[in-house]
Design a binder for this molecule. Structure first.
Ligand SMILES: Nc1nc2c(ncn2[C@@H]2O[C@H](COP(=O)(O)OP(=O)(O)OP(=O)(O)O)[C@@H](O)[C@H]2O)c(=O)[nH]1
Length: 422
């Protein structure tokens, strides 16, 4: 608003200076024209006055009254010129000089009227005497001097007026300079303010960017925390709490995925099912807590033995465990199963109530194959389970590979019945 006010003032000063300048120019032009007319008038007055005197003198010298015939018309012209000059100078200092001239002119005319009386009476000597008498000549001389001084006064007045107008012009120039300075100052202040506003905008933008970055960092941290929590949750939800192995849920998912992969890529897949021998009696003999400890150690053995990429060891349920071996043949899976069996034996966990051995042993059933389009992933598990049953049936503490035909429903049922009897 302040800038707008200054701008308005500057424009007003500029307009004022232009107005005053125009006024000064106009006045100067008027004055110039008027002075020309006055000067011309004064010169004409002197000329007419001289003509009057000359007409009069010629008539007297030639003693011829007809010579004065043009006197009246010249006199009328002189009067008209005098009135015109009077009107032009009425508001000027020069007015006084012109009045004096008029009076002197009238005095001359009065003396000339005496000459006219003598001419009319043809008293040429008397007329001659008046004309050449000291008073008339003196009055004539004074008139001429005063008319010259009137011209001089006009010149002085003109120069005074010109000086005043010069002052006025200088004042307008000063006003224009002041307006220009005000405009420059306003522009400078305005640009300073714009710069300050620009700097403030840059600062605010910086603050907003910093705040955004801080927010993004916070969001990044929170997301990372969330991802960590999710992954922990995922681990918890897929890990068996007792052994630290993958739980049944994780196994089911992994088995389905690997089955599909093997089906797609037409690669072999193997599975080992295992179960701690006579674990019920172990629990009965050593207590449930010791039973838990035994299962934990079985888990550790599995973790140490099943290490190849893609292989997964999981707790299938209770004292039963399972190993998935993508890409493995039956022989390779059997070999791994033998390693596990040996490793458990090597643990030398006492099992006083076991009719099989003095230490904890396990039985393992192995199944393998390449899934075909008609294949059922549950069937291979079933085959491994049947083989495990067979291992139990054959005396436990051993590895039994799956035999073709064992997965027939009647066989499975027979196995289930036998397990129940055991
Ligand atoms: N301590 C403990 N015992 C469990 C756990 N889960 C299952 N069991 C026990 O494991 C035993 C399994 O017994 P059975 O199914 O009869 O089989 P088994 O005694 O091992 O006999 P075979 O398998 O024929 O050699 C049961 O007594 C269960 O209570 C567990 O998490 N901790």
């Amino acid at each position: 608003m302040r800038f707008l006010g200054s701008l308005h003032i500057a424009v007003a000063i500029l307009l004022l200076s232009i107005g005053v300048g125009l006024y000064a120019d106009l006045k100067s032009e008027q004055m110039h024209g008027q002075s020309l007319r006055i000067q011309t008038g004064l010169e004409r007055m002197v000329r007419l006055n001289q003509s009057l005197t000359s007409v009069m003198a010629t008539a007297v010298i030639e003693k011829n009254s007809l010579r004065a015939a043009s006197y009246n018309s010249l006199h009328t012209k002189l009067e008209a010129t005098m009135q015109e000059v009077q009107a032009l100078t009425q508001h000027m200092t020069l007015a006084g000089e012109i009045l004096a001239l008029r009076d002197e002119q009238r005095a001359l005319r009065a003396q000339e009227s005496q000459v006219f009386v003598h001419i009319r009476d043809e008293q040429w000597d008397a007329a001659y005497k008046v004309l050449l008498g000291g008073d008339y000549v003196m009055a004539l001389k004074i008139y001429e001097i005063n008319s010259e001084s009137a011209v001089g006064a006009l010149t002085i007045e003109l120069s005074n007026t010109a000086r005043r107008q010069d002052l006025l012009r200088q004042a307008t120039l000063m006003l224009r300079l002041a307006a220009a300075a005000l405009l420059l100052w306003t522009g400078w202040r305005y640009s300073r303010r714009l710069q300050a506003e620009l700097a403030e905008q840059v600062r605010l933008r910086g603050e907003v960017t910093a705040a955004n970055e801080a927010l993004e960092e916070k969001v990044r941290l929170r997301t990372a925390e969330l991802q960590a929590a999710n992954s922990q949750l995922e681990t918890l939800s897929t890990t068996d709490g007792l052994t630290g192995l993958a739980n049944r849920r994780r196994f089911d998912k992994y088995w389905a995925e690997e089955w599909q992969r093997a089906l797609r890529q037409a690669t072999p897949l193997a599975v080992i099912m295992m179960d701690v021998d006579h674990f019920k009696t172990y629990n009965d003999h050593y207590g449930h807590q010791q039973g838990d400890e035994c299962l934990r150690r079985v888990g550790e053995v599995l973790r140490a033995t099943v290490r190849r990429a893609g292989e997964l060891a999981a707790r299938y349920g209770g004292e039963e465990f399972v190993v998935v071996m993508p890409g493995a043949s039956l022989a390779q899976a059997q070999e791994t199963a033998e390693s596990i069996l040996a490793a458990i034996r090597a643990e030398q966990m006492p099992h006083a109530s076991s009719p099989v051995a003095s230490v904890v042993t396990i039985s393992l059933g192995v199944a393998a194959g390449t899934p075909g389009p008609a294949g059922d992933r549950a069937r291979m598990l079933n085959e491994a389970d049947v083989a495990l049953y067979d291992a139990k049936h054959q005396g436990r503490n051993r590895v039994v590979p799956s035999l073709p035909g064992l997965t027939q429903p009647n066989v499975t049922n027979a196995i289930s019945n036998t397990v129940t009897l055991l």
